[in-house]
Design a protein around this ligand. Structure first.
Ligand code: FAD
Length: 382
């Protein structure tokens, strides 16, 4: 524990969107923060499309996650305004809604069920005919059957976001150490800091593990503390257009298969994403790209005219119930901030507030309660 009146010293392992946002918030709360990462913002955050979609992503049985996502979406405006003000850097934040469209009648049936489910939870979504969808997005194929508009969802450019977060964190005195954390130091049955891959030790009062899909790789932790996170591969394609192609982010169901397109104001269009259980494999495959382009072209035939700029694959950190794992563990001083799976960019503002409050022993937002590490039985964790 820090001496009375001293600043609490925190080491955060991993400078992805979660580690960076938490470092910024914890430093603003008065902590002395060190971020350890050999490639800051080099994990899933560098690949993500950046859709901010608690509503469009809604899945049956995930109501607590929906509440967390809505809480984060609500925080996004002020979070980004403060970040842009502090750094002078843009983030590409957009709040112009997400359009979800159905290609055939089976897809439309699925969207109808989703709309009823959302309405049952009191979430406003607007059902649209095929023609109304094309009024919103004139480039959509004539065959698109109908859709839903989630007017309050949006998007952000995760690469610009993490750049701004790093600048803001460093502006508040956060120290960045560009090395891999090999292990957690444990002394007197409590976390005491981290050991880097060159043997250097960084001592701290608290350690937060936010290493995304690699969170299970850190050594030195007692049995039952290692987080149950697995990598879930996602491939995306980046295209570019000199003239506006899409007005807002658009997700489509094409014969049961899902694809989305996220336009940015600078002309980039991100097409994603596959979801593959392949371990730590980040190869881009012909089949993955073919599926994305096939479905994207069914919805928006003009996509084939866009300039191709990049393909990449990233690893989402997935937990056993696909929800984040945030909070103290049975090892005093050692906290987890991982498992954000498909939604880490969306969940960054609320997760940063939750994790900074936990690190600084402040009041933790109630919405965090369902996501503590102790929800998993020990045998799953060890
Ligand atoms: P990461 O971003 O993976 O960062 C982990 C960091 O830890 C990395 O920088 C890595 O270098 C570092 N690290 C690893 N091991 C160590 C170590 N031993 N020591 C020090 N540092 C270490 N989310 C959304 O909200 N909206 C989207 O539209 C969206 N689209 C996505 C599309 C794809 C294809 C993918 C792959 C993900 C997408 N996501 C999306 C999910 C989102 O990217 C993740 O949930 C989020 O990036 C997780 O953030 P993180 O900081 O936990 O992990």
């Amino acid at each position: 524990m820090p001496a009375k009146g001293a600043r609490v010293e925190i080491v955060i392992i991993g400078a992805g969107v979660i580690g960076l946002a938490t470092a910024w918030r914890a430093a603003a709360g008065g902590a002395a923060v060190t971020l350890v990462d050999p490639r800051p913002a080099g994990g899933a955050s560098a690949v993500a499309a950046g859709m901010l979609t608690p509503v469009s992503e809604l899945t049956y049985g995930e109501e607590p996650l929906l509440r967390l996502g809505l809480a984060s979406r609500e925080r996004y405006g002020p979070f980004v305004a403060e970040l842009e003000e502090a750094t002078g850097l843009g983030t590409g934040h957009r709040t112009d809604g997400i359009l979800e469209v159905a290609f055939d009648s089976g897809d439309l049936g699925y969207l109808d069920d989703l709309r009823r489910f959302q309405e049952g939870l009191g979430i406003p979504t607007e059902a649209l005919t095929g023609r109304q969808c094309r009024e919103h997005e004139p480039m959509l194929a004539p065959g698109v059957r109908g859709g839903l508009l989630a007017p309050e969802d949006g998007s952000i450019d995760p690469r610009r976001l993490t750049r701004a977060l790093l600048a803001a964190a460093e502006g508040l005195g956060v120290r960045l150490v560009r090395r891999r954390a090999a292990g957690v130091l444990v002394e007197a049955d409590a976390a005491a800091g981290v050991r880097l891959d060159d043997g250097t030790r960084i001592r701290a009062d608290k350690v937060l593990l936010a290493a995304g899909a690699w969170s299970g790789d850190v050594e030195g932790l007692p049995d039952g503390i290692v987080p149950p996170v697995r990598p879930v591969k996602g491939q995306v394609i980046r295209l570019r257009t000199p003239v506006p192609f899409l007005r807002r982010s658009t997700r489509g169901l094409v014969r049961g298969s899902s694809v989305y397109l996220v336009p940015r104001t600078d002309g980039e269009v991100v097409v994603g994403a596959t979801q593959e259980e392949m371990g730590f494999d980040t190869r881009v495959t012909a089949g993955g790209l073919w599926e994305l382009l096939r479905d994207a072209r069914e919805l928006l035939p003009g996509i084939t005219e866009l300039e191709f700029t990049e393909v990449s694959a990233g690893l989402r950190p997935g937990s056993p119930d696909n929800a984040p794992v945030m909070g103290p563990t049975a090892l005093p001083g050692f906290l987890l901030g991982t498992g954000h799976f498909r939604n880490g960019v969306l969940l960054a503002p609320v997760s940063a507030d939750i994790l900074a409050a936990m690190l600084l022993d402040g009041p933790v937002p109630e919405v965090a309660a369902p996501f503590t590490p102790d929800r998993f039985p020990t045998e799953v964790r060890s």
